[in-house]
Design a protein. Structure first.
Length: 325
């Protein structure tokens, strides 16, 4: 709000709003009020540049300290933000960071990383600049908004066959008739469990016995990828798999990164190409779609938007054709 005071025969106006400071004097109070109203309106519309000595690096450090710790992906964000502190334009004034500069950065990144990686980084950068604009009011325009996003590659179509499932269990040394003792065997059970539940790697390795209700056939996930809690129904097969792990403090006592490494090695040794542990989720969803309707399936796997199921549903045209007759 404008500060209007009479000094002698003049009315002096001081405006301090959104980082913009303006002064003026008028012979009458009415003129002072009219000017103040007009200027404040222009400030809100962003007519005036917001003067600041803050740099892009200042914004990164502030965001890293105040905003990133409130997010689930804090580790990835902090790593990325620290890398940005080494950019050639890191110490440019924040008002000098414009769209053409970021377009050049995008094009340079695309020479070394995938479009999906660049899009994730642009999402973070846009969130940073939007916080700078809306909350800290260091700038009036988010320069990322007009940066064209690169096209992401087509979604994967990979699902595991029954033969590949059995080959992986053999490679990981797992037989259901034998006790589970090694990390490799735990990973085999985790893989089979993913095929039953469509749970993600992090959800499986983070599971605790206290969150499993075997009598009522479901388990609880307090925090999932989209930030929601959800309950996952358990098939008889899933319950049997959990029963193989009762001797462990946690159902799946293996680090998520170790799981990925050993699973990838098992795929290589079993001559199973172009496979990731996450493909078990798509395989499970494709199979579950034969048992559950789309709303039931979305609720089970935690998708807010049922269109997201299309990314994971991978039944082939040949399989669909068999249903037509």
């Amino acid at each position: 709000m404008a500060n209007i005071r009479k000094r002698g025969k003049s009315w002096h106006v001081q405006i301090l709003k959104r980082g913009v400071t303006k002064y003026a004097s008028f012979p009458s109070k009415a003129q002072a009020l009219n000017w103040a109203t007009e200027i404040e309106s222009e400030i809100i519309k962003g007519v005036f540049d917001i003067p600041t000595d803050k740099t892009f690096a200042d914004a990164i450090e502030k965001y890293k300290t105040e905003i990133s710790p409130t997010k689930r992906g804090v580790r990835w964000e902090v790593i990325r933000l620290n890398v940005w502190l080494k950019l050639s334009f890191a110490y440019y004034k924040i008002n000098d960071i414009n769209t053409p500069l970021l377009v050049a950065w995008r094009d340079d990144r695309l020479k070394t990383v995938k479009p999906s990686t660049v899009n994730r980084e642009l999402n973070l950068m846009s969130a940073l600049f939007e916080t700078v604009r809306r909350e800290w009011q260091w700038i009036k325009v988010n320069p990322v908004h007009d940066v064209k996003r690169p096209t992401n590659p087509q979604h994967r179509e990979r699902i595991f066959t029954d033969l590949e499932r059995d080959a992986l269990c053999v490679e990981l040394g797992f037989l259901e008739s034998d006790p589970v003792e090694t990390k490799q065997q735990i990973i085999a059970v985790a893989f089979l469990f993913a095929l039953e539940t469509a749970m993600r790697r992090e959800e499986i390795t983070g599971l605790e016995w206290s969150r499993i209700d075997l009598k009522r056939c479901f388990l609880s996930l307090p925090l999932t990828k989209n930030g929601d809690a959800r309950q996952v129904p358990l098939s008889k097969r899933a319950i049997c798999l959990l029963g193989l792990l009762r001797s462990f403090e946690k159902p799946f006592s293996v680090d998520k990164d170790v799981l990925s490494t050993l699973f990838r090695r098992a795929c290589l040794n079993a001559n199973i190409e172009n496979a990731h542990f996450h493909d078990a989720r798509a395989t499970a969803l494709t199979r579950l779609s034969k048992k559950l309707n789309v709303l039931e399936l979305a609720r089970m796997v935690g998708h807010r938007d049922i269109r997201s199921l299309q990314i994971y549903y991978r039944e082939t045209a040949q399989e669909l054709a068999l249903k037509l007759d």
